[in-house]
Design a protein around this ligand. Structure first.
Ligand SMILES: [Fe+2]
Length: 164
């Protein structure tokens, strides 16, 4: 009897805390999206010019700082689920697959671009949220719900700036 139990546990290759493969894949995508968005926001912080300079330079700094902390938390959630986190600028950029902004982009173009990238990130976060819900992974679900809220707030602020 005991032998049967031992055999069963030996067969279990996946650690107890392993996340569903789909949740892990979705979270890894969000890591790439967030990292790429952070890089684009940093570029905007450096290169923004014009009458909105002071407000945007400051706002972009707050945004990339927040994204830097967030991406660490999401990547570490991937690790807690037993998977590896994606890294490397080239790899992350390829995974994110985003259109990159030119260095000489105008302030409004920057804001429009960032708002679109935030929306794209929210779409992938929503997918991660739904998959985590289906997998009963409440912790991942909570994490991505909190991220969606932050991105939606940032979209609201960016899009408000664009209003005449
Ligand atoms: Fe700076």
């Amino acid at each position: 009897m005991n032998q049967t139990i031992t055999k069963k546990s030996e067969k279990t290759e996946v650690p107890e805390n392993a996340g569903s493969e789909q949740v892990v894949t979705a979270l890894r995508q969000v890591v790439a999206d967030t990292y790429a968005l952070m890089g684009q926001t940093h570029l905007c912080h450096w290169n923004v010019r014009g009458p909105g300079f002071f407000a945007l330079h400051e706002a972009f700094e707050q945004q990339y700082t927040e994204l830097f902390e967030a991406v660490d938390e999401i990547a570490e959630r991937v690790r807690a689920l037993g998977a590896l986190a994606p890294g490397g600028l080239g790899n992350l950029a390829a995974m994110a697959g985003m259109t990159e902004l030119n260095e000489d982009a105008g302030a409004k173009e920057m804001v429009r671009h960032l708002a679109a990238v935030h929306r794209h990130t929210v779409a992938n976060l929503t997918r991660a949220r739904d998959l985590a819900g289906e997998a009963d992974d409440n912790e991942s679900e909570d994490l991505v719900i909190a991220r969606i809220q932050v991105h939606e707030k940032t979209i609201w602020m960016l899009e408000s700036f664009l209003e005449e």
